[in-house]
Each structure stands twice: as structure tokens, then as C-alpha cells.
Design a binder for this molecule. Structure first.
Ligand code: FAD
Length: 316
């Protein structure tokens, strides 16, 4: 049998890297398999709510987490996509595009992918004016008119970032009132470049070779079509769990992995953390903390619950 890892962490975002740091400290032989090191947080320009840093760019925060995890010789991080996990005689076989790995425990921290709007034009005009990440693609729209679809804190942050380049940013939200963090709400309503259109859905994104307009399900200022150079879709995220289907991991209606207060899934030896799990508040700091918690539970599992906590408290 190939080398067995104490734990295999699937995902190298905030949750996976947070877990890796603690697995490092627990001297667990740890493999992190993450398609994109850093995960979702690298797609945002500024993070102002990660305690300890008044402001840090998303990439910078991810780099710090990665560097910290790499400090431990017992932690290895590989940029590989996980295709499948199977239970094999008390351990788990994880298959990636590169090969197979065996782990005594698994921590699933695979995060989310962008939810699609599913309207005509979205697919056809992808990367031709349809985007999902302002920091990645926003600078192309210097002096242009763009729209952010969505009303969450992430959507507000995308709109605020886009005002650095665009001359006009519409925020189009199907609900009654956009719902960012209050501090970002103030910034949005005080920003003269941003115009909010509530209670409205985009029904199609139009253009031949690139986006030139969007259609709305009701009139705004007498028009149901707005001229537009680009659309940034920020209507939420969908948990990534496809590779765990064979294991029979239970998910809720939103597709999030159901965990208990010890980060345990319904499959013994498999833990989960971060945005992929059924936690209420999905942030970088909560992802890190949940990853840390999952690593502790995996450590306890390997040691049959007989571990004395680093603080000196026993787990009983
Ligand atoms: C636009 C935007 C702005 C945000 N701003 C903030 C903010 O200011 N402050 C804040 O606290 N939070 C913010 N968030 C939320 C924050 O980014 C997430 O809560 C956090 O990054 C979740 O971390 P995670 O590790 O759970 O998941 P992710 O960061 O999504 O990481 C998932 C990891 O799993 C990997 N993965 C997925 N599938 C596979 C597979 N099959 N095989 C191997 N690896 C896989 C990914 O490549 C990645 O490494 C923002 C989110 C968005 C979208």
C-alpha cells in the first residue's frame, strides 16, 4: 500500500490552509490537495474584517496562510484536482488527476463555485462582457458602464471595486433592498457612481461578439433594456461536493455538507469545514476557524479521543 497520510485536506482556501496549520502543529502527516491555492479569498481586492489586519488584500491574506502552513515539514501542499474519494478498509483512497493517495482521515474544505444566472447570453458571452470576478476582469472596463447582479456583501464589494475603473456601476438585485455589511452599505449608497435597481431580474444578456445591453423583467426609468458594457454576476456560491458522492456524504437542501459541532460528517473519519459546510456565516475568518476545529477533530479521531489539549485540558 502506498504511503498513508494521517489526514488529507481537500481544498487549499482559508479553511483548508487553516486546518493545515493546526495539523502541522499536531505533527500529523498531512496532505493538502487544492486546485487553486488560496481559494475564493484571492478573488477579492480588500479584506477589512479579518481580525489582526485592519486591511489586507485577499491574495496577501492567502499567501500568509499558505506560508504558515508550509512552515511545517509534515504538511505537503499539492495543486491537484480531486476526482473521487472511496472508503477502503478503514482508510480512504483519494483520486486526483495525478494519482491516488491514502488517508486515515479526510477534511473536506472544497469551498464553492459561482452560481450562474442561467439566462440567455450568459454562457455565450462568457469572458466577452460576462464575468464573475471584478478583481480579475474589472480593469478592462475603464470608463465603461457595468452592472453587478446581486445584493450581498460580496456583490457590494464587487460594485465598489468596479467604481475604480467604470464610469457607472448598476447594482441590480431581485430583492427589496441590497443586504451588504452595514459599513459596505454606507459606502455603496454614498458612492455617486453606483445606482441600485431593486426588485428587478435580468432576463437576458445581449450582444453579438460582446455584451452591449441587458434586458430587465420590468421597466427602469421607462426602459426594459439597459445599454451595458459588462455584467459581473455575484448571486452567491454553490458548494463543491461532486467528488464525495460515492462516499455517501449527506448534504442539506443547499448542497452544503452537514456537519456536527465536532466538524464530523455522517461518514466516520470524514470532517468538513468552511464554505462547503452547512455553516451560517461564510467568511475567511470563520473558514479558518472551522478548518482548525476540523483538524482538531481529525487529530482526536486518529488518537481515539485520548488526546490532551494543547491548553492542558483533556477532552473529557
Ligand atoms: C467577491 C467576494 C468577496 C469576499 N470578501 C470577503 C471579505 O472581505 N472578508 C471575508 O472574510 N470573506 C470574504 N468573502 C468570503 C470568503 O472568500 C470565503 O468565505 C472563504 O474564502 C471560504 O474559504 P474556504 O476555504 O471555505 O473555500 P474556498 O476559498 O472556496 O476554497 C476552496 C478550495 O478548494 C479547492 N477545490 C475545490 N474543488 C476541488 C477539487 N475537486 N479538488 C481539489 N481542490 C478543490 C479550491 O481550489 C480551493 O483551494 C468573499 C467572497 C467573495 C466571492
Amino acid at each position: 500500500m502506498a504511503d498513508e497520510w494521517d489526514t488529507i485536506i481537500i481544498g487549499a482556501g482559508c479553511a483548508g490552509l487553516g486546518a493545515a496549520v493546526y495539523c502541522g502543529r499536531f505533527l500529523m502527516k498531512t496532505l493538502v490537495l487544492g486546485e487553486i491555492t488560496g481559494g475564493t479569498i484571492i478573488t477579492t481586492d480588500i479584506v477589512e474584517n479579518y481580525p489582526g489586519f485592519k486591511a489586507i488584500d485577499g491574495m496577501g491574506l492567502a499567501k500568509k496562510l499558505e506560508e504558515h502552513a508550509r512552515e511545517y515539514k509534515n504538511v505537503m501542499i499539492k495543486e491537484e484536482k480531486v476526482l473521487d474519494i472511496e472508503k477502503k478498509q478503514g482508510s480512504f483512497k483519494v483520486t486526483t488527476e495525478e494519482g491516488d493517495y491514502n488517508g486515515k482521515t479526510i477534511i473536506i474544505a472544497s469551498g464553492t463555485e459561482h452560481r450562474k444566472l442561467n439566462v440567455p447570453g450568459e454562457k455565450e458571452l462568457a469572458n466577452k462582457g460576462v464575468h464573475y470576478c471584478a478583481i480579475c476582469d474589472g480593469a478592462m472596463y475603464n470608463g465603461k458602464t457595468v452592472a453587478v447582479i446581486g445584493g450581498s456583501d460580496s456583490a457590494a464589494k464587487e460594485a465598489l471595486l468596479l467604481t475604480q475603473w467604470a464610469k457607472k456601476v448598476f447594482m441590480i438585485y431581485r430583492g427589496e433592498k441590497i443586504r451588504p455589511e452595514p459599513v459596505n452599505y454606507q459606502r455603496v449608497i454614498n458612492n455617486k457612481k453606483i445606482e441600485i435597481i431593486n426588485q428587478t431580474n435580468v432576463t437576458s444578456i445581449n450582444g453579438k461578439d460582446k455584451v452591449d445591453s441587458i434586458s430587465l423583467d420590468k421597466q427602469y426609468k421607462g426602459k426594459d433594456k439597459l445599454e451595458m458594457d459588462a455584467v459581473f454576476i455575484a448571486i452567491g456560491q454553490i458548494p463543491i461536493t461532486s467528488f464525495s458522492k460515492k462516499l455517501g456524504i449527506k448534504t442539506n437542501q443547499k448542497g452544503e455538507i452537514i456537519i456536527d459541532r465536532k466538524s464530523r460528517t455522517n461518514v466516520e473519519g470524514v470532517f468538513s469545514a468552511g464554505d462547503v459546510a452547512d455553516t451560517e456565516f461564510k467568511q475567511a475568518i470563520t473558514g479558518v476557524a472551522e478548518g482548525v476545529h476540523a483538524s482538531y477533530s481529525a487529530y482526536q479521531h486518529i488518537n481515539a479521543g485520548n488526546v490532551v489539549l494543547p491548553s492542558g485540558n483533556s477532552n473529557h
